[in-house]
Design a protein around this ligand. Structure first.
Ligand code: SAM
Length: 246
């Protein structure tokens, strides 16, 4: 997959290519991230990308022409990409959207700044994405968040099993994780995890996933499709709660 990020702060965004799983995915040829400086597509000597808003009011607006010139250049070079605009007004990013986006071959993410972008640029945009109901100073962090979450759904970037156990995948939160030492400050690792019995481990993990989801995100649990392991895990959880209640 190829992700282009269009920004006036290329150095800010560049770090996403340099660390962890994303840098490995790039190394392994599963992902390519190209960062474009919007100022390279301005015609003025001072490479200005903003202007005063028609109708007055506070703040500046990103000029439309550098965007149109960038997409003309990009499309001539690579073909038409799927275009995302980072915006607090967009669909709020979640796993379902990320999975869909991971199927795109080429995607360009536009980072806004100032009061936002001239509305006519919307004619170039396929989807507006928000990363939450708050307003950031720019689209660079959202672009990095989108790139990161979408990358995890590109086959081969993260182990399939790992993605499936993560929070939200099946409308459950992830189970608790432990590593060595086996005991710290009188807090031992739960017996099931050191039993060496895979079925016991799986059942314990599902039970704890369900417990966490019911407590922290009951809305998510209400969407979860119950299977046979869930039934056993819920029964186990219920027995545990009854024991504590006695
Ligand atoms: N005036 C705009 C509004 O209220 O809808 C907000 C502009 S914001 C200061 C500047 C840029 O930051 C936006 O164009 C967008 O690219 C980005 N941005 C801010 N909050 C965001 C969010 N929650 N999700 C995605 N992008 C966001």
């Amino acid at each position: 997959m190829n992700v282009g990020i269009l920004t006036i702060f290329p150095d800010f965004v560049r770090v996403i290519k340099e660390y962890g799983i994303i840098s490995k995915a790039i190394e392994n040829g599963l992902l390519d991230i190209e960062i474009f400086n919007l100022r390279d597509f301005t015609k003025e000597k001072h490479r200005v990308v903003d202007d005063y808003p028609f109708g007055g009011g506070p703040g500046m607006v990103m000029k439309p022409d550098p965007f149109f010139d960038f997409f003309k250049f990009y499309t001539e070079k690579y073909g038409k990409p799927y275009v995302l605009l980072t915006s607090p007004q967009g669909d709020v990013l979640n796993n379902e959207i990320a999975k869909e986006l991971a199927l795109k071959e080429r995607m360009v993410i536009i980072c806004g700044r100032y009061e936002g972008i001239d509305e006519r640029v919307m004619s170039l945009v396929d989807m507006e994405i928000s990363i939450g109901d708050y307003v950031l100073t720019g689209g660079e962090l959202p672009a990095m968040v989108i790139t990161d979450v979408v990358s995890r759904f590109i086959p081969g970037v993260v182990e399939d099993e790992s993605v499936k156990n993560d929070s939200f995948y099946n409308d459950l939160l992830d189970y608790p994780h432990y590593t060595r030492p086996r005991t710290i400050d009188n807090m031992p690792v739960p017996d099931a995890l050191v039993s060496g019995n895979h079925e016991e481990v799986d059942l314990w993990r599902r039970k704890e996933s369900i417990r966490k989801t019911m407590m922290k995100r009951p809305d998510l649990f209400m969407k979860h499709q119950i299977d046979e392991i869930d039934k056993k895990a819920i029964l186990m959880l219920f027995k545990e709660l009854m024991k504590h209640a006695q």
